[in-house]
Design a protein around this ligand. Structure first.
Ligand code: T46
Length: 151
């Protein structure tokens, strides 16, 4: 099966420090995830049947963890689509730039925590799918030109 580049999307397993009191998971920048953390937000109390996301970012890295409950994350790089199930506080999904994402199937207890590489910036969002595809194509064309120039 063709998969979206591991550089762009990656499931990351987190270590849990368990003892008789319970569990603790820590996430450190550049150690557990490949970027520096500038922002943390979380999504909770998502209503039954609701979906979220439906956008991509021009330049943002994020790491999504369901610290409670579960949800699905559909991702799309403009060519390939994949779906991930997030259901454990010890696993997260790393998503880099130019990836369309849609979150769905939130359980009523779901708390989806997101670590982000930058502060909130509405101008970084691409909220129209057709604009996302245009952006991806333009990006791929300029990457090819740069690669040819480098030879
Ligand atoms: C993403 C997925 C996984 C802020 O004021 N600050 C913030 O840091 C964020 C993330 C959102 N907001 C405001 C903007 C909207 O008025 O909160 C409201 C809901 O945001 P949005 O509709 O973008 O939420 P989602 O769940 O569709 O998407 C969010 C993130 O925005 C996005 O970057 O990748 O979660």
């Amino acid at each position: 099966m063709e998969v979206i580049s591991q550089m762009k999307i990656k499931k990351i397993e987190l270590k849990s420090h368990g003892d008789k009191r319970g569990q603790l998971v820590s996430i450190e920048q550049f150690k557990d995830i490949p970027f520096s953390i500038k922002r943390v937000y979380y999504i909770y109390d998502t209503k039954d049947g609701e979906t979220r996301g439906h956008h991509a970012h021009k330049s943002l890295e994020q790491f999504l963890v369901c610290v409670k409950g579960s949800c699905k994350v559909k991702i799309d790089d403009g060519n390939i689509q994949e779906e991930f199930n997030l259901s454990r506080p010890t696993e997260g999904l790393y998503i880099s730039d130019l990836i369309w994402r849609e979150m769905s199937d939130f359980t009523s207890d779901c708390v989806l925590m997101v670590l982000a590489s930058n502060v909130y910036d509405e101008s970084d969002y691409i909220r129209k799918y057709s604009s996302f595809l245009e952006y991806v194509n333009k990006n791929q064309r300029s990457n090819k030109i740069n690669q040819k120039g480098a030879i």
